[in-house]
Design a protein around this ligand. Structure first.
Ligand SMILES: [Zn+2]
Ligand SMILES: [Zn+2]
Length: 139
């Protein structure tokens, strides 16, 4: 861990760890179907970090899906414990989409909005006053 570390995180078993030397560009709850599958929940909470500011320790596994917006999304997870860690789009290699739940301090970043609300589950009632985008944000 460098002394410039602002955020750090890991998978549940600790085989894969990472540090980030910048604040996230943005933090969004993603309600797309892929994030529902990948998180096993109603939505994924994702912090967008400049890839150059992040350093990974340990080997993650990955699988690739075509995202709802047509991007090629490589979803990285721990091969031992299965924790979803981050995704990176082949078309946008400069951004890592890190799962906020894997941060050592998930409360250290602030949620800024909801994306892919077109596929949000019907029983979820949002009352946080944040933006609710139908699809991807303009990045
Ligand atoms: Zn693990
Ligand atoms: Zn998503």
């Amino acid at each position: 861990m460098s002394d410039h570390t602002i955020h750090q995180g890991q998978c549940a078993c600790g085989d894969v760890r990472y540090t980030c030397s910048s604040e996230p560009v943005s933090v969004m709850a993603c309600h797309c179907r892929d994030c529902q599958y990948a998180s096993g929940s109603a939505f994924a909470t994702v912090a967008f970090f400049p890839a150059a500011s992040c350093e990974m320790t340990g080997e993650s596994k990955a699988y690739t899906v075509k995202g709802d917006a047509g991007l090629t999304i490589n979803r990285h997870f721990c091969g031992n414990c299965g924790t979803p860690l981050y995704s990176v789009a082949t078309e946008m290699p400069d951004l890592l989409f890190i799962k906020v739940g894997s941060l050592d301090k998930p409360s250290s970043v602030d949620l800024q909005g909801h994306m892919w609300c077109d596929s949000m589950v019907s029983w979820l009632k949002l009352n946080d006053g944040l933006a609710q985008l139908p699809g991807n944000p303009p990045l």
